[in-house]
Design a protein around this ligand. Structure first.
Ligand code: ADP
Length: 533
């Protein structure tokens, strides 16, 4: 009986957005969050009544630092989006971009920074309201990130062009920030009064700050409930720091330039730089791991190519058998002819045996040719659904003989791929033939489903699913080995050759078993870089 389990892991997580945090990561994040809380209590307790006065260089230095940190974080996250095409990552990178851009009007409208009323000629309320929008905006993007992350799988991935999407996101964020700035400045006189004078806050401000803290707390709770990745973990630290910063800036001193107001700002800066450092450190570590994995894979591939010699030796051994049969039958035919009275019936039988053995030898040689022909030079831009239809045409008779129903709807939104048509067709014919063979051994429903979809950035994945007898537990690890077969007349070369062809295309071929209902073979092939996406 087949075990209803995934046999080969489909993906190796190599990005922050899908890598689970280790125990030390979690401990570090917890230690940072606790250190933040400790700093909050110390600052709120000891600094609440101290009014330091205005330090002119502070706001521009703080604003510039936050702008640079958030911008770099946004670039790193947009990169992750380009790799994974996840809508959730698009949301969080746009969030960082938004906060980076919002710092600019906040600084420009800050009273007394460039001119007494702020550079943009804003009134007293504008800077505060821009701050509110910025600090409400970021947790909103975090909430969108969490919800999109757990959406249905088809909704998780972005199908459009990555470059255009990132550019559109930058343009939309910049347009929103400009529009918000213009509206806030123009409507300054009509905005609810959140400050009494350039320094002191009104009571309304405290209500607003409480709402902002609660909004960040909601983002924190959602992240906590659905946390899975390293990115989720550090985003939790960030929203936590946001809430603490808002509290320190607003509550203990009730005024700008109080000691706790400065502490809140320093706090915001430390948390943003810390998270950026962690992200950079994680990314560098992942690159090192990836590099090691690529080296190991290369060694494995070289080893497999070396075993090509052994494979060809064993195939030569296979060819010897039909060749021997041809010689023996031809000799027998000649003997029947050389008799005083030639026995033409027996000569005919001998010739038929020669033809059968000849076909067998031809098939073996064709397999060897396909195995060693790398075909990089003949790769062209292909429509994978066309290749699938061609492969189905080759095996149409066999499908009809075994009464197999086929489900293979073309996916019109797929980009074109780059590959060698005959080789990819051969892979599909092999997989379909195996699927038919497996279903032919079983009564009941016989359905062959072939799906094509976008896999990771740069790849298209094809899945061939059957309702056959499935894979036996003991055979699973060996089915891709040359010469492994469970069929009476099998050669055991099909899957091994398929894997070589797919790996020569820089793709992967693997198998999963589906809850006791047959097997699913998947392979990936690279998207044609020239194809419009
Ligand atoms: P062959 O078809 O000559 O046996 P392959 O390399 O194509 O060689 O397949 C190796 C083995 O993998 C088969 O003998 C069979 O046991 C197993 N196998 C391949 N495809 C399937 C499938 N769709 N369902 C069940 N078993 C399969």
């Amino acid at each position: 009986m087949m075990k209803p389990a995934v046999i080969v892991p489909e993906d190796q997580p190599f990005t922050l957005a899908n890598l689970s945090p280790g125990r030390s990561q979690r401990r570090l994040a917890l230690a940072v969050a606790l250190a933040f809380l400790g700093a909050l209590f110390i600052s709120a307790g000891t600094l609440s009544n101290i009014q330091l006065g205005r330090i002119d260089a502070f706001v521009p230095a703080y604003g510039t630092a936050i702008f640079v940190n958030d911008l770099i974080t946004a670039v790193l996250l947009f990169n992750q989006f380009a790799i994974l095409r996840s809508r959730a990552l698009l949301a969080i990178s746009s969030g960082y971009l938004f906060t980076a851009l919002m710092v600019i009007p906040w600084m420009l409208t800050f009273p007394g920074l460039f001119t007494p009323g702020g550079l943009l000629g804003a009134g007293l309320q504008s800077t505060h309201w821009l701050y509110v929008l910025q600090y409400a905006g970021f947790p909103t993007f975090v909430i969108a990130y969490v919800l999109l992350k757990d959406a249905d799988p088809p909704k998780q991935l972005w199908d459009g062009s990555v470059g255009t999407t990132i550019l559109s996101s930058v343009a939309i964020s910049a347009a929103v920030v400009c529009a918000v700035t213009v509206l806030v400045i123009a409507g300054d006189a009509y905005l609810p009064r959140v400050s009494i004078d350039p320094v002191h806050f009104s009571t309304l401000w405290l209500y607003l700050a409480s709402c902002l803290i609660l909004w960040n707390a909601l983002a924190l709770i959602l992240l906590w409930i659905r946390q899975r990745s390293v990115l989720d973990l550090w985003l939790m630290v960030v929203v936590c720091a946001y809430a603490i910063e808002i509290y320190l800036v607003s509550f203990p001193g009730l005024a700008r330039f109080s000691a706790s107001w400065y502490a809140g700002r320093v706090f915001g800066f430390v948390s943003s730089i810390l998270v950026l450092f962690v992200l950079l450190h994680e990314i560098t570590t992942l690159y090192a791991q990836l590099f090691r994995a690529v080296l190991a894979q290369r060694r494995e591939r070289e080893a497999r190519l070396m075993t090509g010699d052994a494979v060809s030796a064993s195939i030569a051994h296979e060819v010897k058998q039909p060749l021997g049969a041809i010689l023996a039958s031809a000799n027998a035919g000649l003997n029947w002819l050389d008799r005083g009275e030639p026995d033409l019936d027996r000569v005919g039988d001998a010739l038929r045996l020669v033809v059968t053995a000849g076909h067998r030898a031809d098939a073996v040689i064709e397999n060897i040719r396909a195995h060693f022909k790398m075909g990089a030079r003949t790769r062209t831009s292909l429509d994978i659904d066309y290749v699938i239809q061609e492969a189905l045409a080759v095996v149409r008779d066999k499908l009809q003989t075994h009464r197999v129903a086929v489900q293979a709807n073309p996916n019109e939104r797929l980009p074109r791929i780059r590959g060698e048509q005959i080789q990819l067709q051969q892979v599909l014919v092999n997989l379909i033939t195996n699927a038919i063979d497996s279903m032919a051994t079983k009564n009941g429903e016989r359905v062959l489903s072939i799906r094509s979809e976008v896999h990771h950035s740069g790849f298209v994945m094809v899945s061939v699913e059957d309702t056959g007898k499935g894979l036996e537990a003991g055979a699973v690890d060996r089915i891709f080995n040359p010469m492994f077969t469970t069929k009476t007349h099998g050669m055991g070369m099909g899957l091994s050759i398929c894997r070589s062809i797919i790996e020569a295309h820089e793709g992967r071929l693997w198998v999963t078993a589906d809850k006791g209902r047959g097997a699913i073979f998947h392979f990936t092939v690279p998207v044609d870089p020239g194809s419009p996406s």
